[in-house]
Design a protein around this ligand. Structure first.
Ligand SMILES: Cc1cc2nc3c(=O)[nH]c(=O)nc-3n(C[C@H](O)[C@H](O)[C@H](O)COP(=O)(O)OP(=O)(O)OC[C@H]3O[C@@H](n4cnc5c(N)ncnc54)[C@H](O)[C@@H]3O)c2cc1C
Length: 425
C-alpha cells in the first residue's frame, strides 16, 4: 500500500471511529489557512509535511525573507575553506513547484494572536487558522558589552546563521597575520548546535595548518567543560592540532573593545586576538519574543510536546531552536526537522478531527568534521513520556563514535544531502 492510500484509509477509519463525519472534518482541513513563518530546518519541513500528510489538500503558505536556503550544518567547512557556500545552498522553489506550497518572500514583522493575523515587513496583513513559527535564534548582543558596536565596525562576526557572515569569517581567517590568533567564544548552554563551536575550532585549525602554521586557535568557553563529544574533541586537539588549539573552560567573555581587539573575561585577565568570533547568549528568534511566545525566562518558547503548540498562545505551534527543549534534546537541524513532522501530523489530525499520536518519538544525529575528511557523531532517540509531558532519551539508544573516521565523513555528507532533500526537495 503506498503512503497516500495508507494515510487516506487511516484518516477515514479514525474519523468514523470518533463518530465524526469525515467529510465535514476534511472540509475544515481544506478551508484552514496555515501560515508557516521561517523556511529553515523546522519551517520548510513543516510546510512540506503538512502537504504530504494531508494528501496535498492543506492550504499552506510559507513566509521566508531569504531567496534560498543556506545550511548551517556543513557551514563550518566553508569557514575552514574546504567547501564553498554554493555547496550548502538549496533553492526553495521545489516546495512550490512539487508540493503546491505558496511561498511569500518577506518577513513577519508582527503577529496578533487574538485576531489571528500576521503583518509582513512589506505592510500586508494575512489571516491564519493555524500558524507555525520556526524563526530560529536571535543573538543577545547586550550579553557582551561593546559587541553590537564591534559587529557594526565589522571587527567581530558570529556566522551562527549561515550566509554572508560565513563567507566573511573565512575571509577574515584567510587574511589573518602570520602567527595570529583566532578566538572563538562560546556562551553558556543552551545555544544553537552544542558541538558547533568545537567543530569550528577544528576547521579553523585545519585551515591554519595548511596556510598559516604558526597561527593559533583560542577557545573561550563559558561552560565548565566541552558541551558535546568532549573526550573526542580533546583527543583530536591533542593529537591533530597539538600546540595549535588552546581550550579554556569557565571563560565567560563579557566585553569586547573593537579598537584594540581585546576581550574582557568575567574572571581572568583580558585577552587580545586577531580574529574575533564572538558568540553571545542566544534566545528564540525575535518574532517569537515579540509575540509573547518566549514564556520560558523570556528566552525560549514552551510548547506542548504532543503537537508543539505554544503554551502561551492557542493555534500557534513553535518549532526548532526557538523552543525550550526537553532534557538532553539538542538545538539541532535534525531535531527541528523532527519537531516539524510531529507538529504537521498533529495539525492535520486535529483539523480532520482525528486523534493525534499520543506517543511521538524523535531521533537525532549530529556529525562534526574534525578536519576536512574525518568525522565524529553523537546520536540519540527521544520518546514522549506521558506522565511527565516531555521527551526523555531512551536508555541505551544513544551512540558516540569511538574515534574520527573517513567513513563517517561519507555518512555526514549522506546525512546532509538526505535532510536537505527531506526538508526542501
Ligand atoms: C556552525 C553550525 C553548525 C551546525 N551543524 C549542525 C549539524 O551538523 N547538525 C544539525 O542537526 N544541526 C546543526 N546546526 C544547528 C542547526 O543549524 C539549527 O539547529 C537549525 O537551523 C534550527 O532550525 P530552525 O528552523 O529552528 O531555524 P533556522 O534553520 O535558522 O530557520 C529559521 C528561518 O526563519 C527565518 N525567519 C526568522 N525570522 C523570521 C520572520 N520574522 N519572518 C519570516 N521568516 C523568519 C530565517 O530567515 C530562517 O530561514 C548547526 C548550526 C551551526 C551554527
Amino acid at each position: 500500500m503506498d503512503r497516500r492510500h495508507f494515510i487516506g484509509q487511516s484518516a477515514a477509519a479514525v474519523g468514523l471511529l470518533a463518530g465524526l463525519s469525515s467529510q465535514t472534518k476534511a472540509a475544515n482541513l481544506q478551508k484552514a489557512e496555515i501560515l508557516v513563518i521561517g523556511g529553515g530546518y523546522g519551517g520548510a519541513t513543516a510546510a512540506k509535511y503538512l502537504r504530504l500528510f494531508s494528501n496535498n489538500t492543506a492550504r499552506v503558505t510559507l513566509i521566508e525573507p531569504n531567496t534560498s536556503f543556506i545550511s548551517c550544518p556543513m557551514s563550518n567547512l566553508v569557514i575552514g575553506g574546504s567547501r564553498t557556500i554554493a555547496e550548502i545552498t538549496s533553492p526553495y522553489d521545489t516546495l512550490s513547484k512539487r508540493h503546491g506550497i505558496k511561498i511569500i518572500q518577506d518577513s513577519v514583522s508582527s503577529m496578533d494572536p487574538d485576531k489571528k493575523t500576521v503583518t509582513l515587513a512589506s505592510g500586508k496583513t494575512l489571516r491564519y487558522d493555524k500558524a507555525i513559527v520556526s524563526p530560529g535564534i536571535s543573538m543577545n548582543f547586550k550579553s557582551v558589552e561593546g559587541l553590537a558596536q564591534a559587529n557594526k565596525d565589522g571587527v567581530t562576526l558570529q556566522a551562527w546563521k549561515a550566509g554572508p557572515e560565513t563567507v566573511a569569517l573565512h575571509k577574515q581567517l584567510a587574511a589573518m597575520r602570520e602567527g595570529g590568533t583566532f578566538a572563538i567564544s562560546i556562551p553558556e548552554a543552551p545555544y544553537r548546535c552544542p558541538p558547533g563551536p568545537y567543530e569550528r575550532a577544528c576547521q579553523v585549525a585545519n585551515y591554519l595548518q595548511q596556510n598559516n602554521p604558526k597561527g593559533k586557535v583560542l577557545i573561550l568557553d563559558a561552560n565548565q567543560d566541552v558541551v558535546s563529544k568532549g573526550a573526542l574533541f580533546k583527543k583530536v586537539w591533542a593529537e591533530q592540532y597539538a600546540g595549535m588549539i588552546e581550550y579554556r573552560p569557565k571563560s565567560n567573555v563579557i566585553g569586547v573593545d573593537a579598537k584594540t581587539k581585546t576581550l574582557k573575561l568575567e574572571v581572568e585577565d583580558d585577552v587580545k586576538a586577531d580574529v574575533l568570533n564572538i558568540l553571545p547568549q542566544m534566545a528564540a528568534g525575535e518574532i517569537a519574543i515579540k509575540t509573547g511566545l518566549a514564556n520560558s525566562n523570556g528566552r525560549w518558547a514552551n510548547v506542548n510536546f504532543l503537537n508543539f503548540e505554544s503554551t502561551a498562545r492557542k493555534d500557534i505551534h513553535v518549532l526548532g531552536d526557538a523552543i525550550q527543549v526537553a532534557p538532553l534534546m539538542p538545538k539541532s537541524g535534525h531535531m527541528a526537522n523532527q519537531h516539524a513532522k510531529v507538529a504537521a501530523a498533529a495539525i492535520v489530525a486535529e483539523l480532520n478531527g482525528w486523534e493525534i499520536n499520543p506517543a511521538p518519538v524523535l531521533t537525532n544525529t549530529c556529525y562534526s568534521f574534525v578536519n576536512n575528511r574525518e568525522v565524529v557523531h553523537v546520536a540519540s532517540v527521544h520518546q514522549y513520556n506521558a506522565a511527565e509531558k516531555t521527551f526523555k532519551t531512551v536508555p541505551g539508544s544513544g551512540g558516540l563514535s569511538p574515534a574520527p573516521s573517513i567513513l563517517e565523513g561519507i555518512y555526514a555528507w549522506g546525512w546532509a544531502h538526505n535532510i536537505w532533500a527531506d526538508s526542501l526537495g
